[in-house]
Design a protein. Sequence first.
Length: 408
Amino acid sequence: MTTPRRHVVVTGMGAICALGDHPRTIYEALCEGRTGFAPPTLFPADLVPDHLVAEVRDFAPQNYVKTGNVRPLDRTGRLALVGVELALADSGWTADKRAEQGVGLILGTMFCSVRTIGEFDRRAQQAGPEYASPLDFSNTVLNAAAGQVAIWQKLRGVNTTIATGATSGLHAIGYAAQLIRNGRADALVAGGVEEICYESFYGFYRAGRLSPPDGGAPGRVAPFDVARAGSAMGEGAAFLVLEAEETARARGAQILARVSGFGNAFDPDTREQTPRRSVLAWSIAHALADAGVAGSDIGAVVSSASGSLALDAREGAGINAALGATVPVTAIKSMTGEALGASGALQTLTAIEALRGGHLPGIAGLTRVDPSLTLAVSAETRPLRATRALVTAIAPEGNCCAVVLGID
């Protein structure tokens, strides 16, 4: 006997990034074309002259979490804690309700606590193993943030860390929706987190993935632009509360949106200049089939384009192959920066706000669209009258995924 497929709804959202600490605030900043870029404060700016980052400046978790000691958590854990706290509060899942019914956590991250790992190793090597901090040690595993936040928030359900590079946050949302749909969970908090630190920044810098300074001036981040030359680093946390529709309705929860389709795949041909096929297009097609909708039903795409010459071309080609050239496409990393594991979740929140708010943010920095890309992109915020949107994510190492969202 086949179990009926359950519908998955979004009942709460929480986020913090360089543009604000509320989904609506972040969305409004994106629609205004404001960026979060400034010289870094988390490491000496003179180490990388003229490079800008999108930090969560003056971050103070105690402004959001009023009780308890956050000292055992590093920056990644604290960002995740705040994002989850805001999402749970928005959804109405109080501590008492969570005690009655187990809520789980699916957290996406690329590096998690890489700064803590580096600090732990440096202290052990330079001062001796006996001086390595036990507080740091507890944060030196990839699932540290998911475990710490679940303990703090008393999330007794499924606890999973997704690490698929820059697609991790979107992948976490898609995976959580599958668990709920298949009856393996009733309510899950899903999203992603990433912190800016010198270790990850320098890795991207040495790999040549950051937009270089132009004549002593900071580099420009311009996804899909003909003159794009790289990304800028960002950070943050964004989480959604996903529930089976019957669970949400039974507790009288608000329903903000639906997660109706998910597709993901891996592209082994990332080193090829001209891939034999578009794995992203394949992922989009599977997400559409999973949702039971056609490409023509999609009103907008919130893409993961970040200013990368190669990845933007691949993503644009995949979107075009799956949906054609007329669906409006945006790229919020032009304003939030490349927030890695948090980016897909930030894109998802933006897509939901765009469907509900009636406007699709433009792409900051876009002046001349790459003529090799056939996409409906714009630097200006555009009216949006649609009930479905698609979120896409693609990573340098080959991970691709897509999520279909809808509103009633």
